[in-house]
Design a binder for this molecule. Structure first.
Ligand SMILES: O=c1ccn([C@@H]2O[C@H](COP(=O)(O)OP(=O)(O)O)[C@@H](O)[C@H]2O)c(=O)[nH]1
Ligand SMILES: O=C(O)[C@@H](COP(=O)(O)O)O[C@H]1O[C@H](CO)[C@@H](O)[C@H](O)[C@H]1O
Length: 323
């Protein structure tokens, strides 16, 4: 690891791997001292099986028992199941991606849901958290927002964790984060070695200051995490980035061919920022093997980006009305 990456890793990595390591009272004092308002966003597409428990835990732990969180918004990302009903029943506010900033239409993808969440929330600090997590993750929210509450030099916080992998009912203690290990990490180490200390660059759990999040574009699909990481480090500097060890993360994993398409979107988002002279082809061709041999099929993986939210007059008007 390059000296700058190691120095960052050693000075900007903290741990809050369990609730016992979270000093909730101190965080509440820091929140009040700083006059902060905290929003939690769960992007959810077809997560009826998990979103309710996750939302109920956040409402119970961090809104009712300890008023750390001011609003919990589940962004229903074109779900076809009862995600919205399950989230609402758990006490979350629910918005459909298509209903936010309708004049700007709607696009499929996780990044679209996250971009729209900026217009559907009011906190100056925002925590993003996947809606398919398994096990007790109640410490994630305070652990992620903690550095933003206690260190004004931190602008963006990434979660990191060990990642067991469950495939076809068989769970291995490691092996999760396949796109991270096989695509994102090698690419980032090659092109941005100063980021080699980031343990989980694609982590779906992170927190940031709105003043920065609203200044960067959002890739509409799965390129959103790597795009935000690169654009925010560009905006606030590596020293403005921190990471928190959250312990273990388990979630409902996708198939390899779905992750290959995810990797295609991650590669497109990285290459769009890498500066190169070759056009980036926006299609990923994969293969099935049928009775007549290999059958190719292609999926779009081109970068589809939304502009910085501050560039929208409607957003600026929303913020002015809230101020
Ligand atoms: O179009 C999408 C795709 C995903 N997600 C959500 O983004 C999170 C991470 O997505 P996914 O589980 O598909 O990715 P993985 O965790 O397998 O990498 C989950 O809460 C999804 O419900 C979303 O809101 N819209
Ligand atoms: O980290 C990864 O390699 C992928 C896939 O994880 P798994 O191999 O299914 O455990 O998951 C992450 O990547 C997505 C794209 O950035 C994020 O949206 C997900 O939140 C995150 O789980």
């Amino acid at each position: 690891m390059r000296p700058d990456a190691r120095a960052w890793f050693e000075t900007r990595t903290t741990s809050a791997a369990s609730l016992t390591e979270v000093d909730a009272a101190a965080l509440l004092r820091a929140k009040r001292r700083g006059g902060h308002r905290i929003s939690v966003v769960l992007p959810a597409r077809d997560e009826e099986a998990t979103v309710g428990r996750l939302a109920a835990d956040i409402v119970d732990r961090w809104m009712r028992r300890v008023p750390l969180v001011d609003e919990l918004v589940v962004v229903d990302s074109d779900s076809t199941d009862a995600t919205a009903a399950a989230a609402r029943a758990a006490g979350a506010d629910v918005v459909a991606t298509a209903d936010v900033l309708p004049a700007h239409g709607t696009r499929p993808g996780k990044g679209e849901a996250l971009w729209k969440s900026l217009a559907a929330t009011t906190g100056d600090l925002i925590v993003f958290h996947d809606a398919d997590l398994l096990g007790d993750v109640a410490h994630y929210v305070p652990a992620l927002v903690g550095p933003l509450l206690t260190d004004p030099t931190v602008g963006y916080v990434k979660g990191c964790y060990t990642r067991p992998l469950s495939v076809d009912g068989v769970t291995s203690p490691a092996g999760g984060g396949r796109v991270t290990e096989l695509t994102a990490r090698p690419l980032l180490n090659a092109l941005w070695p100063e980021l080699a200390g980031v343990v989980q660059p694609l982590a779906g759990e992170y927190a940031g200051r709105r003043e920065f999040l609203e200044q960067v574009p959002f890739s509409s699909g799965y390129g959103v995490e790597v795009g935000l990481l690169l654009d925010l480090v560009e905006l606030i500097g590596l020293s403005g980035l921190a990471q928190v060890d959250l312990g273990v993360r388990r979630h409902t994993s996708q198939t390899q061919d779905a992750l290959s398409r995810m990797a295609g979107q991650v590669v497109s988002a990285v290459l769009a920022r890498a500066g190169h002279d070759r056009a980036v082809h926006g299609l990923l061709t994969q293969f099935r093997h049928g009775e007549d041999g290999f059958e190719p099929y292609s999926s779009p993986v081109a970068v589809d980006e939304r502009p910085p939210m501050t560039s929208l007059p409607e957003y600026r008007a929303l913020r002015a009305a809230f101020a």
